[in-house]
Design a protein around this ligand. Structure first.
Ligand code: NAD
Ligand code: ZN
Length: 254
């Protein structure tokens, strides 16, 4: 049975520490949040340059609020962590996983219970006033007035980055640091096409880590960088994986 990649991964992970996960939109698909690319992706509906570029927002905040941000708010307000988020939280409890680097802006890793989450692209759970910089939870924003405004009169923008904006350097720096210091990197649900996120597993590999991918399909990493890929839905795969790790460690699942 050892050619089952889930069993191989469970063995690799069970006796390791300093595991880091890099996650992308695919990990939240089973929570009802569509990815950007591919089937059912947001970019089938919206032209990113028209709605998700910082210049588009600054030119016409009401238009971007009305179309993209309101829709994302509705989707994210309803979303709950799935078995993949919960499994990664369990791996932290077990002392195996230390840090998650995520490209997602949905905040579901923190809801699931992970305590060290580097949000590469920021967080959609918060809005920031363009004028005074004060923050407000997205769930509490009144969307009957578009664009929503802060008490000071300034317009709110999501506290995540738009296309055309820089990744906060402190996030990039810390991601590179944890990636070059981990024993195993789990790469879950990312198409690995967007830089600089795509180079994080390369860095881990060069520093000697094993790279294990979980995705419904192969990616550009699968050929040269990943040691192996577990093909399947993140929630199903990670649920089986954590159960197998618990079995190897003689623990009862919770
Ligand atoms: P992507 O849309 O480019 O790729 C998604 C990947 O997930 C694909 O490789 C696909 O094969 C895989 N996938 C789809 N369903 C899966 C499942 N059930 N289990 C496992 N894998 C699955 O997303 P990306 O690589 O994260 O990069 C694009 C950008 O998308 C990021 O910049 C991120 O900020 C943004 N984004 C975030 C969210 C979110 O916060 N949930 C949602 C959409 C997009
Ligand atoms: Zn303000």
């Amino acid at each position: 049975m050892m050619d089952d990649p889930i069993q191989i991964a469970a063995k690799d992970l069970a006796n390791t520490q300093k595991v880091v996960a890099l996650t992308g939109a695919g990990i939240s698909v089973e929570s009802g949040i569509p990815p950007f690319r591919g089937k059912g992706g947001l970019w089938e509906k919206f032209d990113p340059m028209e709605y998700a570029h910082i210049n588009a927002f600054m030119k016409n905040p009401a238009k971007v609020w009305n179309v993209l941000i309101k829709e994302m708010k509705e989707i994210i307000d309803k979303a709950k962590p799935n078995d993949a988020h919960k499994g990664l939280a369990r791996l932290e409890d077990l002392g195996i996983l230390t840090t998650i680097i995520t490209q997602n802006v949905d905040g579901l890793h923190q809801v699931a219970g992970n305590t060290d989450v580097i949000e590469f692209h920021g967080n959609f759970a918060w809005q920031r006033c363009l004028d005074c910089g004060s923050r407000c939870e997205t769930a509490k924003i009144d969307v009957t007035r578009i664009p929503p405004r802060c008490e000071c009169g300034g317009i709110y923008r999501p506290d995540c980055i738009f296309f055309g904006e820089m990744i906060p350097p402190q996030h990039l720096y810390r991601s590179e640091k944890v990636a070059s210091n981990c024993n195993i990197m789990l790469v879950v649900g990312t198409s690995a096409r967007i830089q600089p996120a795509a180079s994080i597993p390369v860095m881990a590999k060069q520093a000697g880590a094993k790279v294990i991918e979980i995705n419904t399909e192969r990616t550009p990493l699968s050929e040269k960088i990943s040691d192996y890929i577990i093909l399947g839905k993140a929630g199903e795969v990670i649920k089986r994986l954590t159960a197998e790790i618990e079995r190897l460690k003689n623990l009862n699942p919770i």
